[in-house]
Design a protein around this ligand. Structure first.
Ligand code: BGP
Length: 472
């Protein structure tokens, strides 16, 4: 629908920016931190750095937060490294690690920046991984114990909590996000058992949060994108619905309704991938209720009917955004209406509106975008600055669509793009940059790690100052 007038962004809209611990912090073994699966990972794409230093935010925290304040952020979404809090993932608490996040949260609050805390962003403690990781039900118990520590320590200072970042990508693209494969069987059946245990952990953490912190709000943070049918052929519509169920709705229905989405469950049974569900599990899942849905949105996906043979599979590697197809389920199709970024990810601002509308329509819970952004190769020009007009253009077009979604009646409570500052990409090392702030390092050379605002920094500041009214 086209409107003659658009609704304003709500006065308390959370204009944010995001990072995750392992991608930004460095200090991988500082002050008693234990190893996570990211630290024990031994496969990195050729030529890319590991995460030992990252952007060294651990040692630049105060000045980074000062820059975030200059950026005008109303919110900052970051993750807590479980292994700083509990080096072995269970038992002993590491006071120095706990204190680091106290200092970070205090620094944010003192500048009026709302902390949005992701409890777990891909970096499972290696000690738990050794014991079978998410394949082991005990990891769900460990997560709840860890959640209790976080709520006790930070509950009086943090209102917004995110449980697990992109659980759907950990299941669908575990390789890409650093799973070591030690967490139980790597076969799909094992992965769906891990998935089930993560849902139990999440539901129990949500219930615990509401018990311990009645004022706090908690929600899941999957990667959600609208799925388009490749054509008006009815069979393509079926394939789009099927993939939507397996990629998106499986994760949202369990988080919100505590039930397995019927199409997704049918898919699991048909392929003999269904997890074992113990007595009482469905009650635990039903009891855990989110207050909002956080979602990471990068681009829609387009799919067609399966041919039922290997021709369903595209000759490319899949990742969070690039679909390959799955024999008997759907065929991945390139959307001829969309351009791609330098890394082959499609760019679809209108799809952001579509995604928000669909999720609001289905769940009627407030929504917040906790990731959205454009990865790019960037080197400072002769003036020493990054002129990232493509990033400004990307954000402008997405924020326009957010406002349209709000005018459509969707309750969007915030927008927290990826990323606040340059950090190490999940796939492509230091060369794939997302930040409003440039960090002077490369994959092979740590240089001086100096921070320099990019052009998008001043632009986003203006957007925030005008509460989304000035996108020029
Ligand atoms: C999401 C992850 C982030 C981040 C982002 C960009 O899936 O939650 O951690 O990495 O994708 O992905 P990449 O770094 O692979 O470009």
């Amino acid at each position: 629908m086209k409107y003659t007038e658009l609704n304003d962004f709500p006065a308390d809209f959370l204009w944010g920016a995001s990072t995750s611990a392992y991608q930004v912090e460095g200090g991988w073994d500082a002050d008693g931190k234990g190893k996570s699966v990211i630290d024990t990972r031994d496969h990195f794409p050729e030529g890319t750095t590991d995460y030992t230093v990252a952007s060294d935010h651990y040692h630049h925290m105060e000045s980074d937060v000062e820059l975030f304040a200059q950026l005008g952020l109303k919110a900052y979404r970051f993750s807590i490294a479980w292994t700083r809090i509990q080096p072995d993932g269970t038992g002993e608490v590491n006071r120095a690690g706990v204190d680091f996040y106290h200092r970070l949260i205090d620094a944010l609050n003192s500048r009026g920046i709302e902390p949005i805390v992701t409890m777990y962003h891909f970096d499972l403690p290696a000690a738990l991984d050794e014991e079978g990781g998410w394949g082991n039900r005990a990891t769900a118990d460990a997560f709840v114990e860890y959640a209790r520590i976080l709520f006790r320590e930070y509950g009086s200072k943090v209102k917004y909590w995110l449980t697990i970042n992109e659980q759907n990508m950990m299941i669908l693209h575990g390789e890409a996000v650093g799973n070591t494969g030690k967490s139980g069987a790597t076969g799909k059946k094992g992965l769906y058992q891990q998935n089930h245990h993560m849902f139990l952990a999440q539901a129990r953490a949500m219930t615990l949060c509401h018990e311990m912190l009645p004022e706090a709000k908690i929600g899941p943070a999957p990667n959600i994108v609208a799925i388009y049918a490749a054509s008006s052929a009815p069979e393509d519509a079926i394939a789009a619905d099927d993939w939507d169920a397996v990629r998106n709705l499986l994760y949202l229905d369990l988080a919100v309704r505590g039930t397995y989405h019927p199409l997704a469950w049918g898919y699991l049974v048909e392929r003999n991938l269904q997890p074992e569900i113990a007595d009482g599990d469905m009650e635990i899942l039903a009891a855990g209720k989110p207050d909002f849905i956080a979602m990471n949105y990068y681009a829609t996906q387009t799919v067609g009917a399966s041919s039922g043979d290997a021709s369903d599979l595209a000759a490319r590697k899949g990742d969070q955004q690039i679909v390959r197809g799955e024999i008997g389920l759907y065929k991945a199709v390139k959307n001829p209406n969309l351009q791609t970024n330098a890394f082959g990810w499609e760019i679809d601002p209108v799809g952001c509106r579509t995604t928000l509308r669909r999720i609001w329509d289905r769940y009627r819970l407030p929504l917040i975008i906790t990731e959205n952004g454009i990865g790019a190769f960037e080197e400072p020009g002769e003036d020493g600055l990054i002129h990232d007009d493509y990033r400004i253009d990307y954000y402008r077009r997405h924020i326009e669509q957010l406002q349209l979604a709000i005018t459509d009646g969707v309750d969007v409570m915030g927008y927290s793009p990826w990323s606040a500052i340059d950090l190490i990409s999940t796939h492509s090392g230091a060369a794939k940059r997302y930040g409003f702030i440039h960090v002077n390092r490369t994959d092979s050379d740590l240089r001086d790690l100096k921070r320099t605002p990019k052009d998008s920094f001043g632009w986003y500041r203006k957007v925030i100052d005008s509460n989304g009214a000035d996108l020029s």
